[in-house]
Design a protein around this ligand. Structure first.
Ligand code: DX5
Ligand code: ZN
Length: 215
């Protein structure tokens, strides 16, 4: 299992210290939430920041693009040093083409689904997918409550991939209280923002999450 702290909830004034601290605590991925103010009602960071984060960590840079027409920026994020790019199925007219672009640049390709979006829309693209991100909040902000209605989607997603080499990621409202249940349902990669960065000792919380899921 992989813990991917979402830096959306970090203090950007000391990002380097926070990232290195969490990666040494066992978080293998760094989850970067990119928002454009159109696909979601919030604006965050772009490739310029990813480029600087790349210089300070060897952790896997997991870029979650919550932007419309993501094809416009896939290459920029690849050049900035992203390891994986996840786009929203709802944000592109040609999902198959967008996923191919990510793969062609040598990156891992992820596809994300909002809570209300069914899995069916990715059924015919699975051979181009390395990761399925099941959103457990409506994207846009950290600190929202986990939407329980997505739990059956995790189970169905697991069945749908039918042994393919595809990771299932969950994002939104993940904390030490629900991580074990999510692990049992089949989640491989856990994104957590406010429950890590809002805790008194974020490194300790990452270690606790790893322990809870693995026991
Ligand atoms: C939501 C983002 C998430 C968010 C998760 O739009 O995609 O990655 O930062 O934050 P928490 O863990 O606080 O729900
Ligand atoms: Zn995210």
């Amino acid at each position: 299992m992989i813990i991917a702290p979402s830096i959306l909830s970090a203090n950007f004034a000391h990002l380097e210290e926070d990232i290195t601290n969490l990666v040494s605590a066992g978080a293998q991925w760094v989850h970067v939430d990119v928002m454009d103010g159109i696909f979601v009602p919030n604006i965050t960071i772009g490739p310029v920041v990813v480029k600087d984060i790349r210089k300070i960590t060897d952790g896997y840079l997991d870029c979650h693009l919550m932007i419309t027409e993501p094809d416009r920026y896939i290459e920029d994020f690849a050049k900035a040093g992203a390891d994986g790019i996840t786009i929203h199925a709802e944000a592109t007219n040609h999902l198959h083409r967008s996923l191919s672009r990510i793969r062609d640049l040598g990156l891992k390709a992820g596809v994300s689904l909002n809570p209300a979006t069914p899995l069916d829309c990715i059924e015919y693209c699975l051979d181009l997918v390395d990761l399925i991100l099941i959103m457990s909040v409506n994207p846009g902000f950290g600190g929202q409550s986990f939407i329980e209605a997505v739990i059956p989607k995790i189970v169905r997603g697991k069945e749908m991939i039918a042994g393919r080499d595809i990771l299932i990621q969950i994002d939104g409202g993940v904390d030490t209280g629900n991580i074990r249940m999510l692990y049992e349902k089949g989640i491989d990669v856990f994104v957590a923002g406010s429950s890590i960065f809002g805790s008194p000792d974020p490194a300790k919380t990452v270690k606790e999450m790893l322990e809870i899921a693995n026991h």
